[in-house]
Design a protein around this ligand. Structure first.
Ligand code: GDD
Ligand code: MN
Length: 354
């Protein structure tokens, strides 16, 4: 088989027949298959099975009940199930013209690139099908921000968020991809230096139904960007900073209630350690929890480390100040930075160790 056409679908019943018809016409010269990776809750899977019976090319259906990883998860699942190594990903609502598949194929066949994307923003492409002005603005702004964050890797990529692209699946390490939501191509591009070529295309209006992109997807995208660019450490730092602010606020509130300063400091420190642990579990190390020790053990390790660290820091600061080389503020700042790095290393390598 020469090409697997991967179509993620979520409630696209009225679009299936037309999509299969146009894809079939586009790739008639190739030995190709269509693989639907479907998370639908409507009649889509039944429609796909019906259409498959009369189709003149192989049409397969993978139906998932879990919707794991959303659109990105579906695409990865398609890569894994594909019959051919060369895969093209295309939306199921005909906003991506199937006639372009053959152009992507021809460009890929030149053999000098790893990925061919269909771009709305390359010369000659358009994004007319974006539903409204806000979507256009959001799309353009997030593309600009994304390109600024990955100036080298995305240098030659005008549309890193397109959902229409061709890749040899062997160059995607699906084990390390943790796709969330819509920006699967960006996840792929961010990990390595790929050679990318682009084919401009007109992003059409939807054939039928409505978009599944949402505010939630937008938020997903933001966390994804931060995580990709700065790794877990930046999320960890953000949570640490939030904790420091909460710490000060609690001390302030408690001393305002006439609680003794030492007690206020201890309560604030322990509350912050607890809060940080919950946030880390949820946002920083969520993908490492399953293979690590039990939550109880993780908590004991994290709690012990943080308390030990807080205790040891005090005499170290005292020693530094006594040495005469540092002021108290500088000494505190230096130990905080060291403590942060150490804490991160300890959590990644010990608390969440497989
Ligand atoms: N399997 C599966 N699971 N498919 C999904 C899911 C999901 O959770 N969510 C959406 N899809 C499918 C849709 O059925 C459709 O075939 C395709 O993914 C794109 O979803 P749309 O709802 O049509 O998204 P869009 O048109 O707003 O977004 C498109 O443009 C974006 C750039 O503006 C997509 O091409 C995105 O990939 C692209 O980033
Ligand atoms: Mn769409």
């Amino acid at each position: 088989m020469q090409l697997s056409i991967i179509v993620p679908t979520f409630n696209e019943a009225p679009n299936i027949a037309e999509l299969v018809r146009r894809v079939t016409a586009s790739v008639s010269s190739l030995d190709a298959e269509i693989v639907f990776v479907d998370d639908s809750t409507d009649a889509t899977p039944g429609v796909i099975r019906e259409v498959a019976k009369t189709a003149t090319m192989p049409v397969r259906l993978i139906h998932r009940e879990t919707r794991e990883g959303g659109l990105g998860g579906a695409v990865i699942e398609g890569f894994v199930a594909a019959e051919a190594d060369l895969c093209v990903v295309i939306d199921g609502d005909l906003q991506h013209p199937p006639e372009k598949i053959i152009e992507l194929w021809e460009r890929f066949a030149q053999g000098d690139v790893d990925i061919v994307t269909a771009s709305r923003y390359a010369g000659g492409g358009t994004a007319n099908g974006l539903a409204d002005r806000t979507r256009v603005l959001v799309s353009k702004a997030s593309t600009a921000v994304t390109k600024a964050m990955f100036p080298v890797k995305l240098h030659d990529v005008t549309d890193p968020m397109t959902g229409f692209f061709m890749i040899d699946r062997r160059s995607v390490d699906s084990a390390i991809l943790k796709p969330r939501g819509f920006k699967i191509l960006l996840e792929i591009l961010a990990r390595r230096n790929f050679r990318v070529a682009e084919i401009p295309f007109d992003f059409a209006g939807r054939h039928a139904g409505e978009s599944k992109a949402s505010m939630r997807q937008g938020l997903h995208f933001l966390t994804q960007l931060t995580a990709l660019r700065f790794g877990k450490m930046s999320l960890f730092a953000v949570i640490g900073a939030l904790g420091a602010v909460a710490n000060v606020a609690i001390v302030w509130a408690l001393t305002g209630l006439d609680v003794d300063y030492i007690w206020a400091a201890i309560i604030a420190a322990e509350a912050t350690i607890l809060g940080n642990f919950v946030l880390q579990e949820r946002f920083v190390f969520h993908d490492m929890r399953d293979q690590a020790s039990s939550m109880w053990m993780r908590f004991v390790k994290s709690f012990t480390f943080n308390n030990a660290e807080a205790l040891i820091r005090i005499p170290i600061i005292a020693l530094m100040v006594e040495s005469g080389h540092f002021s108290a503020v500088i000494a505190t700042a230096i130990t905080l930075v060291f403590a942060f790095v150490l804490r991160f290393v300890f959590h990644s390598l010990v608390v969440y160790a497989p």
